[in-house]
Design a protein around this ligand. Structure first.
Ligand code: 5GP
Ligand code: MN
Length: 342
């Protein structure tokens, strides 16, 4: 495990100087932190004179398409041959915002087979040991904050222009619930302040991410809340599930259900919430908790997933949404002593 300090950061920059092909990667179903942190690092390295390519496993919601560099991001699933070639040719790979190569979907095998030196920058719990340099800070609110700290440790804060700042801010804002989660520190606000001093238009970022809904999306959210939200009997557990048919009916697009699980968690007294969504060949789950209930442990133990104590995910393949719903209810009842509805 490595600390983000000037010595380690300059060693990594030295690797960049020697590398011929630098690739920067993020996790599957990229979120604001995955896209923001990879693009911010990409812009920074380019500003230092180090050419690089950002490769993400699959496409991400349109509300993240406004960031500088979006057009140049290689989507692995959209052009697998090109993605495989880029990874095979890379001699230095940055792995951002994920703690295990399995989090990169179809790209994982290419990364496992790669002989490139790997540098991890990530804030998820229990990082795997695959990188030569592992910057892991599980207390950090976001990987984007760690990218800022990386740039700061290099003495390069003055190189952060408004577009780089937007990418960093987007990652911090989306992963911290707009600066509300307990992972936000005084330092997080200091970083935001510095980004504004460097020319960031923070309300532009909030508007681009949160005020660009389509009518279909809001109707889907309305339907989920009025028809599909349930609180389990005698348990402080709320559930929303949406089948493929229900999603199709509302012209579901990636990202449309982002934040829905937090609405379920916001019910007074509820300590754990799950959102279950039927995909093409798997059922995806998002877990959230308030207080002590550890959804990272829960997701690891029952749904082949993980994440953080209060926000985690998992997936079940080859099962119907009804089966997964039942599996969840059975599993969570095993924790009823921790999840009493008061
Ligand atoms: P979300 O519910 O927003 O998809 O994910 C919440 C958190 O859990 C994120 O930090 C994400 O990286 C992590 N996560 C989501 N899905 C999975 C999964 O299938 N496996 C693991 N290990 N982590 C996940
Ligand atoms: Mn993150």
């Amino acid at each position: 495990m490595h600390k983000i300090n000037s010595e380690n950061v300059s060693a990594v920059l030295q690797m960049c100087a020697q590398a011929k092909n630098i690739v920067i990667t993020g996790h599957r179903s990229p979120d604001g932190d995955a896209v923001g942190s990879t693009l911010a690092l990409s812009h920074y390295l380019r500003a230092k004179g180090f050419e690089n390519t950002v490769i993400l496993p699959d496409d991400y919601p349109t509300f993240l398409h406004w960031m500088k560099g979006n057009e140049e991001v290689q989507i692995f699933d959209a052009n697998t041959d090109k993605g495989e070639a880029l990874i095979a040719q890379a001699d230095l790979v940055f792995t951002l915002d994920y703690n295990d190569l399995s989090r990169t979907g179809n790209m994982a095998d290419s990364l496992r087979n790669s002989e490139a030196t790997m540098v991890m920058i990530d804030h998820h719990q229990q990082p795997s040991d695959y990188a030569e340099v592992t910057f892991s800070d599980t207390t950090s609110c976001s990987t984007a904050q760690m990218v800022y700290e990386f740039i700061e440790a290099a003495g390069d804060v003055s190189m952060i222009d408004s577009e780089m700042a937007e990418c960093i801010y987007c990652g911090i804002m989306t992963d911290s619930g707009s600066f509300r989660f307990s992972s936000v520190e005084a330092k997080t606000h200091r970083i935001a302040a510095q980004l504004i001093e460097n020319g960031l238009d923070h309300s532009k970022v909030h508007m681009a991410v949160y005020d660009t809904n389509l009518l279909d999306r809001l109707k889907l959210v309305g339907y989920a809340l009025s028809e599909k939200l349930e609180v389990m009997e005698d348990l402080a557990v709320a559930i929303i599930s949406l089948s493929k048919e229900e999603l199709d009916k509302h012209h579901y697009r990636a990202g449309d259900t982002e934040g829905l699980v937090n609405q379920a968690l916001s019910i007074d007294g509820v300590q754990c919430a799950v959102f279950i969504r039927e995909g093409n060949n798997k059922v995806k789950m998002s877990f959230r908790s308030k207080g002590n209930f550890d959804v990272n442990e829960f997701a690891r133990a029952h749904f082949n997933g993980g994440g953080h104590k209060n926000a985690a995910g998992g997936a079940v393949s080859a099962a119907s949404i009804e089966e997964v719903l039942e599996q969840f209810k059975t599993a969570i009842k095993g924790y009823s002593s921790q999840l009493e509805l008061k």
